[in-house]
Design a protein around this ligand. Structure first.
Ligand code: ADP
Ligand code: ZN
Length: 447
């Protein structure tokens, strides 16, 4: 089923014309309304009129997450604050979040693209939808919520977590569609099976999964365990939230990008040059219709490839591959963006803590576990005694436990995540052969 057949199946030359027209408008719009862009254009000697169509995209400057951070919280907005009717935020690089805003029209576009995602996933008006994405500052919950309502789906806004309640609702309400993160879907599947629930007794037929990287193996496992279809959805708050792209259930072979609203490019992350079709590089988006936070050539940091081949579902919009990695050092832990630099700044200035740490990531029952291993100072080490840190101590002394608590609290405040904390003696943090500290050890097997 299509949601907006005319747009979704538009011949590519017509689509390019529409994109070109919208690109010209948005370029003039940001030049007039966003000082950041006016300055950039002026510096480059670029006039809005120089951009005549998508073929000129490469002449425009890039926008980075740090630009949003530098203008925190509202500096990149193109409308007066009073015209925002919604504000969301995502985790940033320094402890301050990246703030995004929406006008009424923006929210309408968001509902439209999310409704298309439901159609792509095989959902229909009249279905019932269990929304297990988090509601709140995170865009996932509310984005999907309004898309589903717009389509005419009954939404159950259960939000994330509380597996017992999710299972109760799945059994008692019998929804047709569910959305959550892929790792959570697998946790849920295991719990369902452990509790002896027969998947045939559940009506749910499709899971819409995103917000973090996952694999074909995970899809196969979930589809097999629960006898459902699982489709991939992609988005990021800076561009709109969920609804940037979604796989079609017919092919499950790449996520169709809502190209009439978000103009994609793949660039070489080192040089900024465009990559040939089909090759992996950094995904870049220009928003074509956003009013509150229009972004020109926004570098997502996500690595993937794009194909423009026609899809068997009949849609003409480009498809992006799964996200294969990050161009920067961002990690995604339980759906939350984490930069090692955030850990560094969180640990800074904690008394008795040395700036030598290692972030160890693993998975327990499909869920991410983050352990921060950090060295104490020589002074603290000498005071408290080395046997405590050799791993053979009979009991952890009070000072160590206290220090661990301080570190844990600081990390939770900065990252919005619970981390395990392990204090190490001086020189004990994992180092590579060259003696360089290993900042991240990622033992998560995407399974
Ligand atoms: P937060 O989760 O902190 O609120 P965002 O929603 O903006 O922040 O996070 C967006 C990022 O999540 C993307 O840039 C990408 O790295 C990741 N992401 C979202 N959907 C997917 C997906 N389907 N596959 C892989 N990564 C995804
Ligand atoms: Zn398709």
């Amino acid at each position: 089923m299509f949601w907006n057949e005319k747009i979704e199946t538009m011949p590519r030359d017509e689509l390019a014309a529409l994109q070109g027209e919208r690109l010209r408008k948005i370029v003039a719009y940001v030049y007039e309304r966003v000082p950041f862009y006016k300055e950039k254009f002026d510096q480059m000697g670029l006039k809005p009129d120089d951009i005549r169509g998508v073929e000129d995209l490469g002449r425009l400057p890039f926008t980075k997450k740090t630009d949003l951070r530098d203008t925190y919280p509202f500096g990149m907005f193109a409308v007066p604050r009073e015209e925002l009717i919604r504000i969301h935020a995502s985790s940033g690089t320094t402890g301050k979040p990246t703030v995004v805003g929406y006008t009424r029209d923006d929210l309408q576009v968001w509902a439209e693209v999310c409704a298309r995602c439901f159609a792509l996933s095989g959902a229909r008006p009249g279905d019932m939808f269990q929304n297990a994405y988090g509601y709140g500052l995170f865009t996932g919950g509310l984005g999907m919520h309004y898309g589903a309502e717009y389509m005419g789906i009954s939404v159950i806004p259960v939000s994330g977590g509380n597996t017992a309640r999710q299972i109760m609702i799945l059994q008692d309400f019998q929804p047709d569609v569910m959305a959550c993160t892929p790792s959570y879907a697998l946790t849920l599947a295991d719990r369902l099976l452990e509790e002896g629930v027969n998947p045939a007794d559940l009506r749910v037929r499709v899971f819409i999964l995103g917000a973090e990287p996952w694999t074909e193996e995970m899809r196969a496992e979930l589809e097999e365990k629960l006898q459902v279809d699982a489709v991939n959805i992609y988005g990021l708050s800076e561009i709109i939230g969920p609804g940037v792209s979604n796989e079609c259930i017919e092919a499950k072979d790449g996520m169709h990008i809502m190209e009439d609203h978000f103009l994609p490019e793949i660039i070489n992350p080192d040089t900024g040059e465009p990559m040939p079709e089909g090759e992996v590089g950094e995904l870049v988006f220009t928003t074509l219709t956003k009013q509150a936070l229009p972004l020109i050539r926004y570098r997502t940091g996500d690595l993937c490839s794009i194909t423009y081949e026609k899809c068997k579902c009949g849609r003409t919009h480009a498809r992006m591959s799964r996200i294969l990695g990050r161009a920067d050092d961002m990690l995604i832990v339980r759906g939350v963006n984490v930069f090692p630099s955030q850990i560094e700044s969180a640990l800074l200035n904690i008394e008795h803590i040395a700036p030598h740490y290692c972030l160890v990531l693993s998975r327990e029952e499909h869920l991410d576990v983050m352990e921060v291993q950090v060295e104490v100072t020589d002074e603290f080490f000498r005071e408290v005694g080395d046997e405590v840190f050799s791993g053979h101590a009979m009991e952890i002394v009070e000072e160590v436990r206290e220090l661990e608590n301080i570190v844990r609290t600081r990390l939770r405040e900065t990252l919005g995540l619970n981390a395990r904390v392990k204090l190490l003696g001086p020189g004990e943090a994992p180092r590579s052969q060259g003696g360089k500290l290993k900042r991240v050890i990622d033992n998560r097997v995407l399974k």
